[in-house]
Design a protein around this ligand. Structure first.
Ligand code: GH3
Ligand code: MG
Length: 310
């Protein structure tokens, strides 16, 4: 565990440093408030900070205030060191966001147990953040493919359409569906079907840009949102995805098999403008045209809503 010691008195700083090093802390030192703030405001600050109340530059209480104002994550645990013992001033320090305080002269064993209590809080906080992130992932990601799930996709699409409107840019979507996928389940089993879905998702995600969003829309149906991409760009992207599927056979535990997909493309147009449901409906219609026209192909809807073949 890394810890910052911010203390202007050189000999006391050294005493503290010796103690923390003995207790296996990785210590960073600051001799004034400005340096302490620089460290805590930097890229990867220590999560435990011992701050002297009175320091040249920014004082310890002000540093507490600044850190809490940032709502820093991961949390920084702050132990204020003070020679003051008037109640009013200690309240001020705690209200500024300190987690604990010690009045100088500091007793070694007392400091040790207070630091241990701080570490316990940091560990708990880390667990909470981990649990929150896991919940967030569960709520927004599809468990099988790790793509965005359907509800996250609606949020992304709505947000990107608003951005397109604000910035006067365009947006396209691709609806993709694996061809004759039921046969994979029927002939090789459901687990093989799952493996094919995972590999298809992987190929789709690696065919798009980092700022595009790929979602599992339904069983073997996927929706891809392409911000800033017009119809011809989206057709090219759909063709890249189609080629990625057929580039080489899918090798799964049950064997090697050829997989294809059909894709429908829709772009913001005068009919759909900024309407998410309209765009999805158009892409879906184009997809069904691709199925009707023989599968393993890309179709689009012309701006006036008429299906045109490529
Ligand atoms: P088409 O070319 O017309 O799209 O034919 P298809 O066989 O791909 O489409 P159909 O809608 O007839 O069948 C889709 C199948 O996908 C049926 C369903 O059991 C299967 N499926 C849906 N979700 C999952 C899943 O999560 N895992 C597996 N293994 N199969 C799934
Ligand atoms: Mg299908």
């Amino acid at each position: 565990m890394r810890a910052l010691i911010a203390e202007d008195n050189a000999s006391f700083r050294q005493v503290l440093e010796r103690m923390l090093v003995k207790w296996k802390y990785e210590v960073e030192l600051a001799a004034d408030g400005n340096h302490a703030w620089e460290i805590l405001n930097g890229d990867d600050p220590p999560r435990l900070a011992l701050l002297d109340w009175m320091m040249p530059g920014v004082n310890g209480v002000e540093i507490c205030r600044r850190i809490r104002a940032q709502a820093h994550e991961p949390y920084i645990y702050i132990l204020l060191l003070t020679a003051k013992d008037s109640e009013k001033e200690l309240v001020e320090g705690m209200e500024a966001g300190a987690d604990d305080y010690l009045i100088k002269p500091v007793k070694s064993q007392e400091l040790r147990v207070r630091l241990r209590a701080g570490r316990r809080i940091l560990d708990l906080q880390e667990e909470l953040v981990g649990a929150r992130e896991a919940l967030r992932k569960q709520a927004t990601r599809d468990a099988l493919t790790e793509m965005w799930n359907r509800s996250a996709m609606f949020e992304i699409l709505t947000r990107e359409l608003k951005r397109a409107e604000r910035e006067s840019t365009t947006l396209s979507v691709i609806m993709a569906d694996l061809d004759h996928f039921k046969q994979v389940n029927d002939s090789l089993g459901h687990a093989a079907g799952d493996a094919v879905l995972r590999e298809a998702a992987r190929r789709m995600v690696s065919s798009i840009r980092p700022y595009d969003a790929a979602c599992r829309y339904g069983g073997e149906e996927f929706l891809i949102v392409l911000p800033g991409v017009d119809l011809s760009g989206a057709l090219a992207r759909a063709e890249t995805i189609r080629s990625a599927m057929v580039a080489e056979p899918f090798r799964i535990r049950e064997g090697s098999l050829d997989v294809t997909c059909s894709l429908g493309v829709a772009s913001m147009s005068s009919t759909c403008s900024f309407d998410a449901e309209c765009l999805i409906r158009d892409a879906d219609e184009a997809l069904y045209q691709a199925k009707r026209n023989g599968r393993n192909r890309v179709e689009m809807l012309a701006p006036q809503g008429v299906v045109v073949s490529r």
